[in-house]
Ligand binder design. Structure first.
Ligand code: ADP
Ligand code: 3PG
Ligand code: MG
Length: 394
């Protein structure tokens, strides 16, 4: 299979670069999280050091092919400018006469951020004329939008057809880290998977069960597993339709000799709200109106020696309803346990909500690698090919 082009494979010095980034970080007109913007800086700085001019392109949100002021990328131009300590221009569109003029009048070292690509339905439809008109803005194409690499959209797979193309430093780092997790993890390899729904994690679970030595299941997902084992889970979130999937996963674990760990105690409450009374109960003691919202201390205690021995630790999916402080303890515990292993094990975190949780704790520097990807990282770890990565092959 042909290799993925990296920056070093193309001649970019002094060129006008179309840099596809994932700045899907604006909600209601405000930046909710700068992590993805910060992670794009190494590529931008490398290009600036080589006297490139850079046209930055990204989608934001799901505007359904129509302009929406609340989803404009304008605030990102300012944030990026603050981070780089350098002017970042902004244009109100991503194609058209004005954009073309702005792009072609750029001088070495200048930056221009285009407006949200998804304001045109042609982006998600992967329209080739739209891709071509964006390609006409630049001399080379660099893709650093790993978090969007599973989307076969015009800016991801169309534009690189018309220009010399390569993966940016973030794309390369994301791909290498997550791919190595599947190809050559150091052992013992522990995977911790939580979150809300099995149905969104089934592929990644099956893939990890082929690679890991231990798989720990937390989050609401664990409820469905417990139900599959015959426990009464009260009023907890579950996916009744996925009980067979849970049984299947347990069988795969057994067949592959994987140590599959489920919670043995849970933090429960009668409602999901800040400050609500909660108690920790054993899994065979859940009352009819109890909602399981976090993993209990005994279960977390069992995890300590396993984490301490592990050489690779991968975590996706919060262990509880971590948006509410009362139910964020197990996830916080796990983050701290993993961070203590930083220099002794590969500690890798992926998933949109999990990464946001880590960012909120201010801990993203305390792991070997925190992915900017949500869906993209899960698809890659499921063993699927990502459309944008394929488009970067030479
Ligand atoms: P990621 O985006 O990192 O892949 P998920 O979206 O799968 O993670 O999971 C995070 C979501 O799971 C959070 O919104 C969290 O509230 C929810 N969650 C975790 N545990 C529970 C639980 N016990 N009950 C309800 N929701 C839960
Ligand atoms: C993400 O945040 O997962 C990516 O930016 C893709 O966004 P999408 O799920 O709206 O396509
Ligand atoms: Mg999520």
């Amino acid at each position: 299979m042909s290799k993925i082009n990296t920056i070093e494979d193309i001649d970019y010095a002094g060129k006008r670069v179309y840099l596809r980034v994932d700045y899907n970080v604006v909600e209601n007109g405000k930046i909710i999280d700068e992590f993805r913007i910060k992670q794009s800086l190494p590529t931008i700085n490398k290009l600036l050091a080589s006297k490139c001019s850079i046209i930055l392109a990204s989608h934001n949100g799901r505007p359904d092919g129509k302009p929406d002021e609340m989803l404009s990328l304008r605030p990102v131009a300012q944030a990026l400018s603050n981070l780089l300590n350098k002017k970042v221009g902004f244009v109100d569109d991503c194609v058209g006469e004005e954009v073309s003029q702005e792009a072609h009048s750029m001088k070495a070292g200048e930056l221009l951020l285009l407006e949200n690509l998804r304001f045109h339905e042609a982006e998600e439809k992967n329209n080739s004329l739209f891709a071509k008109s964006m390609a006409n803005l630049a001399d080379v194409y660099i893709d650093d939008a790993f978090a969007n690499a599973h989307r076969a959209h015009a800016s991801m797979v169309g534009v690189p057809k018309y220009l010399p193309h390569a993966a940016g430093l973030l794309m390369e780092k994301e791909y290498n880290n997550l791919n190595n997790l599947l190809l050559s993890p150091k052992r013992p390899f522990v995977a911790i998977v939580g979150g809300a729904k099995i149905s969104t994690k089934i592929e990644v679970l099956k893939s990890l069960l082929k690679k890991a030595d231990t798989v720990f299941i937390g989050g609401a997902m664990a409820n469905t597993f417990l139900q599959a084992q015959g426990y009464n889970i009260g009023a907890s979130m579950t996916e009744v339709d996925s009980i067979d999937i849970a049984k299947d996963v347990m069988k795969i674990a057994k067949d592959n000799n994987v140590n599959l760990i489920l919670p043995k105690d849970l933090v429960v409450a009668k409602s999901i709200e800040d400050g609500v009374d909660c108690r920790t109960v054993s899994i065979d003691n859940i009352q009819k109106d109890d909602i399981a919202l976090d993993i209990g201390k005994e279960t977390m205690r069992d995890l300590i020696p396993i984490i301490k021995k592990a050489k690779t630790i991968f975590w996706n999916g919060t262990l509880g309803y971590a948006e509410i402080n009362e139910f964020a303890w197990a996830s916080k515990d796990l983050a701290h346990l993993m961070s203590l292993r930083k220099n002794k094990a590969d500690t890798i975190i992926g998933g949109g909500d999990t990464t946001a949780f880590i960012e909120k704790l201010g801990m993203h520097n305390r792991f070997s690698f925190v992915s900017t990807g949500g869906g993209a990282s899960l698809e890659l770890l499921s063993g699927k090919k990502l459309a944008a990565i394929e488009a970067l092959r030479s």
